[in-house]
Design a protein around this ligand. Structure first.
Ligand SMILES: O=C(O)CCC(=O)C(=O)O
Length: 228
């Protein structure tokens, strides 16, 4: 990757983009000078298909992001575009580990159920008497102690440890309900992330823009790309 140019991006990141030309605000998409994903990704994309969740995953875009602690690199919590990109976002995490932070703006409540481990911790706290109870305890009809707590989604942050050289797929609620982001304090040394994106249904079989979708896929999967 370092043999190709890195372009400055937002929040202290640099990027290399292999993908079509897009105007997200106007919902306009064209081939532009897109020449395909890079040849180095052929093996990666092949390997992805070995996982059932990615069996039919056909990316039309690869975006490489370069994060460095000395540049304060980060990415604010966000959703990836819903009009253009499809149901799965696939990222490969390179050079160093990080934490992917997931947050949700919903004012609904999530019902948390006490696990055995939390139960034990709670018992310790009760015995030592040094912490306030965070769960409401009650006994069910069989006399077992149960703990539950309702928490607004917007007060929850899920920290996902992302090891070096791992692949993560965001789909379902992780794609459409929860935002994802990376805080600058979670970049401890240079980190590169390659994100692969597929097209949405509008560009698939039977969709309004099927022909453009097919043209883009043919280019992407020729693996002859140079960064745009
Ligand atoms: O660096 C990452 O793991 C996340 C990248 C990301 O969220 C994006 O490119 O939209």
């Amino acid at each position: 990757m370092d043999n190709n140019e890195w372009k400055p991006s937002q929040s202290g990141r640099r990027k290399q983009d292999y993908g079509p030309k897009v105007n997200f605000k106007k919902h306009k998409l064209k081939v532009g000078c897109f020449s395909g994903l890079p040849s180095s990704s052929l093996l990666l994309v092949d390997r992805m298909a070995q996982y059932s969740v990615l069996e039919d995953f056909l990316p039309v875009e690869q975006c490489n992001l370069d994060y460095r602690p000395e540049h304060g690199s980060a990415i604010d919590p966000h959703f990836d575009d819903w009009w253009l990109w499809g149901k799965r976002l696939v990222s490969i995490n390179l050079l160093s580990e990080t934490i992917l932070s997931m947050t949700c703006d919903s004012e609904d409540f999530l019902q948390l159920h006490l696990t055995e481990m939390l139960h034990n911790a709670q018992q310790n706290e009760l015995i030592n008497g040094n912490s306030e109870s965070i769960f409401n305890f009650h006994s069910d009809t069989s006399g077992h102690c149960k703990g539950q707590r309702s928490v607004p989604y917007n007060e929850i942050e899920i920290a996902i440890h992302v090891p070096r050289r791992s692949l993560i797929v965001l789909y379902g609620n992780a794609r459409y309900k929860w935002k994802h982001g990376i805080y600058r304090q979670d970049i401890n040394s240079r980190r590169i992330c390659s994100t692969f994106r597929e097209l949405s249904e509008e560009f698939g079989e039977g969709g309004k823009q099927e022909a453009l979708g097919k043209e883009l896929l043919d280019i992407a999967l020729s693996f002859k790309g140079v960064p745009g």
